[in-house]
Design a binder for this molecule. Structure first.
Ligand SMILES: [Zn+2]
Length: 333
């Protein structure tokens, strides 16, 4: 097997040094407005002696805000003397996308969460993925990657982990989900796991937890509070920050199969008939799609294929064929 060249990214912080450091992951990026320029991805490391390492990320997609808000806040407030071990914070993982306020990178259209394991000689997005794959993930014991729905989806606020072949690893992940204490906790099914950061971390044997905390390309006071409490809870649960987990009631949800997802087959204007968190019965119409080119035409109906609650929905008022319209999750008692 050919050995990969070293990552072109250099870090201005030393991950093995005690104390609080704020710096950058500097990725050379030559372009019209900066011949020898770089992408400067903010990073913070807080270390106090030996102990477990938590890797905390937001902005994997650039239009999701609860994670970055909680992590910029944590980076400026976490005191090394309250830490046992290491906390690595990258609040805006796909920094070019985050700066543009878009899901994918404006440089190469790269979707960070479809770019793993990345390439040291690939696109900007692939180079960032490769740095996480080979430099940061191997250091981590627990990985928390924040997501929300972005501009096109909206979610009930939840923390989630995946069903895994290694049941010990799976249990540790669900214990961390429980500690996060979002209003909902989910056994999450992915539409397509290829290239995901989640999969990269899990295949390395890491305890990996993720979130979906809202959406619509913005944040809300409630979902930001959930994110801030959740990240501290995960650090307390891991023994990295002292103190008891701040418990909150959570409802467990399951996504048992691909029947959770409903996709539009028509374009038009969406009429929601169910709001997030509301219960639904199998076969119930959750949304209508109106053709807008003429009056008098009947709308297409989107019906849920299983009973449960509405866990996510298409956010913009207009929809295209192929868009994910709704996600049903089953309440686990
Ligand atoms: Zn996302």
């Amino acid at each position: 097997m050919k050995t990969l060249r070293p990552s072109p990214i250099s870090s201005t912080v030393d991950f093995d040094k005690d104390g609080v450091q704020h710096g950058f992951l500097r990725l050379p990026y030559s372009r019209d407005d900066s011949a020898w320029g770089s992408v400067m991805i903010p990073v913070c490391v807080v270390r106090n002696g030996t102990g477990p390492t938590a890797l905390l990320t937001g902005g994997n997609h650039g239009d999701e805000y609860e994670g970055p808000i909680a992590l910029y806040d944590l980076a400026r407030s976490l005191d090394a003397k309250n830490v046992s071990g290491t906390v690595i914070i990258v609040p805006a993982m796909n920094y070019p996308a985050f700066r543009a306020g878009t899901r994918t990178s404006p440089i190469d259209k790269g979707n960070m969460n479809r770019s793993f394991p990345g390439r040291p000689d690939g696109t900007v997005t692939e180079k960032i993925a490769d740095y996480f794959q080979r430099e940061l993930l191997p250091r981590a014991d627990i990985v928390l990657d924040f997501h929300s729905g972005g501009r096109t989806l909206d979610f009930v606020p939840f923390c989630a982990a995946h069903v895994l072949p290694d049941k010990q690893q799976e249990k540790k992940a669900f214990d961390a989900v429980e500690a996060f204490a979002a209003p909902y906790s989910v056994q999450m099914l992915e539409i397509d796991t290829v290239g995901m950061y989640d999969t990269a971390a899990e295949e390395m044997g890491k305890v990996f937890v993720t979130t979906e905390l809202g959406g619509g390309g913005t944040s809300r006071a409630e979902t930001v509070r959930i994110a801030k409490r959740g990240v501290l809870n995960v650090l307390r649960h891991s023994g990295i920050v002292a103190g008891a987990v701040e418990k909150q009631p959570t409802r467990w949800l399951d996504m048992p199969s691909g029947d959770c997802f409903c996709f539009a087959e028509d374009e038009g204007m969406i009429e929601p008939l169910v709001d997030l968190g509301e219960p639904m019965k199998e076969g119930q119409v959750v949304a209508r799609i109106y053709p807008v080119g003429r009056t008098g035409a009947a709308p297409a109906e989107i019906a849920t294929k299983m009973s449960g609650i509405l866990a996510a929905r298409h956010f913009p008022g207009l929809v295209k064929a192929g868009d994910c319209v709704s996600v049903t999750a089953v309440v686990v008692d």
